[in-house]
Structure formats: C-alpha cells, structure tokens
Design a protein around this ligand. Structure first.
Ligand SMILES: Nc1ncnc2c1ncn2[C@@H]1O[C@H](COP(=O)(O)OP(=O)(O)OP(=O)(O)O)[C@@H](O)[C@H]1O
Ligand SMILES: [Mg+2]
Length: 313
C-alpha cells in the first residue's frame, strides 16, 4: 500500500488546454459544454475535486466515466446511499481473517503473553485490511478517476469523513497511521441537489453546475447515441423535449429521456412526430401521472394529426 508523499500534478491527465480536453472527451463519446471542459481541465491541473450538481440525467456520472476513458485510468466508483458508513466507503478490518490468525496463534504452546503481543501487532497490518473504494483510490499505484456518486444521499456526517481525503488526499487509520496518496486521483462528486452540502465540503471543491444542454448540443448528443434516427425527427424531438421542460412538470425530461425517446422512435420507424406518435410514446419522456395529462394537453395539441404534415411549435 502507498505511504509515499503525494505528488499533485505528477500524474495529471496531461491535456494542454481546456479545448484539448474537450476534444478528448468528444473522442470518447461525451460532448461537453465549454464550461464542462474548462472546469474539468482546471480540476486536473489544480489537483482539486469537482462537485458536479444538476438535475437527474444530464450527464454527471457519464462525465466521470468519460474522463476515465479519456485518461485511460481506472474508474473507482463509490455509489452513495443513506446509511453509507466508513466500513463500506473507506476500509474495514477483515475480522474473519483476524480471528483465524488469533486462533492459529492460540493453538501454539503456552507463551500466551508474548504470543498475544506479536499477534495483536500482526492483525492490525495491511494484510488484514479490506480496501473499500475511497482507500482503493488513495492507495492505488496507478492514478485513478474517483467518482463519489450522489453524495447528497448520505448524511452530513459522511461528508466529514471525506474532508481529509479531498483536501490532503490521505486517510488516517488509527491502528496503522496515515496513508498518503502515491498518485493523484481525479475526483468527481455528484449531487442531485436534494439537500444543501456543507460549506466545508464545497470549499474543497471546484463547482460545476450541469444543466440541460443548449438545443444544438442536445441534438448532437441524441445523434451521437442514436445515429440511425432521421435528422429531422431528431431535431423535432429536441424541440418538443424543450417545450415539455418549459412546462411546470414535476420531473422534466432529461438527456437520458431524450435518448430513450429517440431509440423508441427509431424502433417504431417514425418518420415524423405527429400527435398520435407523441401520445403513444409520451410515457418515455414523462414519468408522473399528473405530468402526463398536462403535457398531452399543452404540447400534444400543438402537434399535427397524422398525415397533416409537421405543425409549428
Ligand atoms: N454531454 C453528453 N454527451 C454524451 N452523452 C451524454 C451527455 N450527457 C448525458 N449523456 C447521456 O445521458 C445519459 C444520462 O447521463 P448520466 O447517467 O450521466 O446522468 P446523471 O446526471 O448522472 O443522472 P442521475 O442524476 O440520474 O444519476 C447517459 O446515457 C449519458 O451517456
Ligand atoms: Mg448519475
């Protein structure tokens, strides 16, 4: 396990500029906005974690995956949930193995005190440690991308646990001492903004707000994921999704829904999005009972009936 001094930047992903990094991300199938490229570039150069916030399905998790693909690094992912604790996130002692070790020691001859001293030193060594994602990311000899996904699902106390890692890239284990990162991970934390994160955590991170993309960008993303879909249909799809987002719906459709809708329309062989097609496939982009009615009423009526040709928005 690594106990050397951290070397921030020594293993940075090496892009020369934000534009170069943006191009690199595009090459691995992620179409970033200029802000995304810039913040990611700064994070790598400055060796700082990025807190990525934004609505569901706008590409927060995918950004971390794309950074890992682009840099050729392993993606270490910690999926957060309510009740996540140190033992699942950081490290745990391998109690079974420790017990076995103690039993093996006890089976020997009678020098009980001597044996206990050597056994107790021994069982709190790295051999008996179970690495969880955070420790794995810190201790890895090759630099990794660490994704701490949906941090807002955890309790405030969990954030305190992260502070040491995020500012000093080190972990303190009482029985073992300090483990410092040998290589500098690229760290992304994502949040759906379901609760306010602590100031202490925010202060340690660069901040990136990911929102729904501009229409041209969303069209490119849809075309990237579903290239077989007719371009005019894809364009119309993006326009309609935008109209739906402007309504006061409980859950506006995200990029993930746009992509799913594009796949659906392709499967159905739709040549245009008329009112019937829209109503048939509405549940792909709208997933609340009350939203369904609202959207059918406010957007459906603006679409042409089958055979009547495309209607203006
Ligand atoms: N800029 C982009 N370029 C290419 N694909 C994208 C982009 N943004 C989002 N996507 C696609 O949209 C989908 C949803 O993205 P992702 O799962 O990363 O969203 P998320 O923000 O993490 O959502 P959640 O908050 O629900 O976890 C994925 O299939 C992803 O590939
Ligand atoms: Mg996600």
């Amino acid at each position: 396990m690594a106990v050397d001094q951290a070397k921030p930047g020594a293993t940075a992903a090496g892009a020369e500029s934000a534009e170069a990094l943006g191009a690199g991300l595009e090459a691995v199938g992620y179409l970033p906005s200029d802000t995304v490229s810039l913040v990611s570039y700064l994070a790598i150069q400055m060796g700082k974690p990025v807190l990525v916030e934004g609505p569901a399905g706008v590409g927060k998790t995918e950004l971390a995956k794309a950074l890992a693909r682009h840099t050729g690094r392993e993606l270490v992912r910690l999926q957060c949930y309510e009740g996540l604790d140190e033992a699942k996130a950081l490290y745990e002692w391998n109690y079974k193995k420790q017990l076995l070790r103690i039993q093996t020691g006890a089976a020997g001859d009678g020098q009980a005190t001597d044996q206990w001293d050597s056994v107790s030193d021994n069982i709190f060594s790295e051999e008996f440690l179970l690495e969880r994602p955070l420790l794995h990311a810190i201790a890895s000899s090759d630099p990794v991308v660490l994704l701490i996904d949906e941090i807002d699902r955890t309790a405030h106390e969990f954030e305190a646990l992260l502070l040491e890692i995020l500012s000093d890239f080190q972990v303190s284990i009482p029985e073992l001492g300090r483990i410092e990162a040998r290589t500098h991970p690229i760290v992304l934390l994502t949040s759906n903004d379901s609760r306010e994160l602590t100031e202490a955590l925010k202060r340690r991170c660069l901040y990136l707000w990911l929102d729904y993309p501009a229409p041209e960008r969303e069209l490119e993303i849809v075309r990237l994921h579903v290239p077989e879909l007719d371009e005019q249909v894809a364009k119309r799809l993006v326009e309609i999704v935008r109209m739906v987002r402007e309504l006061d719906v409980k859950k506006p459709p995200s990029i993930a829904e746009s992509i799913d809708w594009a796949r659906t329309l392709l499967l159905l062989g739709a040549k245009q999005i008329d009112r019937e097609t829209f109503e048939q496939t509405l549940s792909i982009i709208v997933k609340h009972r009350t939203d369904l009615d609202l959207v059918a009423e406010r957007v459906g009526v603006k679409l042409a009936d089958r055979g009547a040709g495309p209607a203006g928005a």
